[in-house]
Design a protein around this ligand. Structure first.
Ligand code: PTJ
Length: 249
């Protein structure tokens, strides 16, 4: 048994665990009610993918790890779903690639910002950004435009998980390199990402950390080679094909 009363060999274990974490996130004031709907949408895609990391998603996760290691100032953006699902794993990834963690919310309230910051700190995050909000992403009219000037505002590489929206495009216009995690290959964020990762975040983030640890001894040229060999359009096409063909395990 694990954090939920369901044996780990239950065929629906992963999706039940994910649901449980999102529900607990709503109870703690971390996740918005809309986050429950986003979770359902992701779950449907994951079901069609066979709830597994495909070969092409694994390659994207390796390229993402290399890109984060190459960055001067990488930032991992966290919303209410991300915090509920993978808080300790995000802290581990930030440590592995020396990145900042910044909270950025669509449904931004001071209470949720504080609850998420406290949750991340409970899981070992030392410096949580996003609360100062002294910077802005141009051409975005909603709350996601609010960033820390010395966080996402100054980042060269940003990890953008679980948001189908216009922020990814606006960040691209600021010349930031984006890594997107989204189970929907047709999501607007995945479509504009330099590195789209079509995988469940609960598998993607720990796998990125494993790759980053394995690549720690790689030199600059070797890391660049991995990033250059990655083709975002081919990765999106492979994910869409896997979903349409329903390669269920
Ligand atoms: O916490 P806030 O206020 O910033 O709000 C966050 C949500 C998630 C509610 C907001 O960003 C939203 O409404 O998102 P969307 O437009 O529903 O997009 C979420 C995307 O994440 C969808 O494309 C889902 O397929 C995808 N998704 C959901 N769960 C997962 C996922 N992708 C990977 N792993 C998941 N577990």
């Amino acid at each position: 048994m694990s954090e939920i009363e369901i044996p780990e060999d239950h065929p629906r274990y992963q999706s039940l665990l994910t649901r449980h974490r999102i529900e607990a996130g709503v109870d703690k004031g971390i996740t918005s009610k809309q986050g429950l709907i986003a979770e359902g949408r992701g779950e449907a895609f994951d079901y069609l993918l066979g709830e597994r990391t495909t070969e092409s998603a694994d390659a994207a996760e390796r390229a993402a790890a290399a890109q984060l290691l190459l960055a001067d100032h990488p930032v991992l953006s966290v919303n209410g779903n991300v915090a509920a699902l993978v808080a300790p794993e995000i802290v581990d990834l930030a440590e592995a690639v020396d990145a900042d963690i910044e909270i950025n919310l669509f449904n931004r309230t001071p209470e949720r910002m504080e609850a998420i910051a406290a949750h991340l700190r409970e899981h070992g995050a030392e410096n949580v950004k996003g609360l100062t909000a002294d910077g802005r992403i141009p051409n975005l009219s909603h709350e996601r435009a609010k960033v820390d000037a010395d966080g996402i505002g100054a980042a060269d590489v940003v990890l953008v998980p679980l948001e189908d929206g216009d922020r990814a495009e606006a960040l691209g216009e600021m010349d930031k390199t984006e890594i997107v995690i989204d189970l929907n290959p047709l999501s607007r964020s995945a479509q504009v990402a330099a590195i789209p990762i079509v995988d469940n975040i609960i598998r993607a983030v720990p796998n990125m950390t494993d790759h980053a640890q394995e690549l720690r001894t790689a030199n600059h040229d070797q890391l660049e080679e991995i990033v250059d060999a990655f083709d975002p359009e081919a990765a999106l096409a492979a994910a869409e094909a896997a979903i349409r063909e329903g390669e269920l395990a």
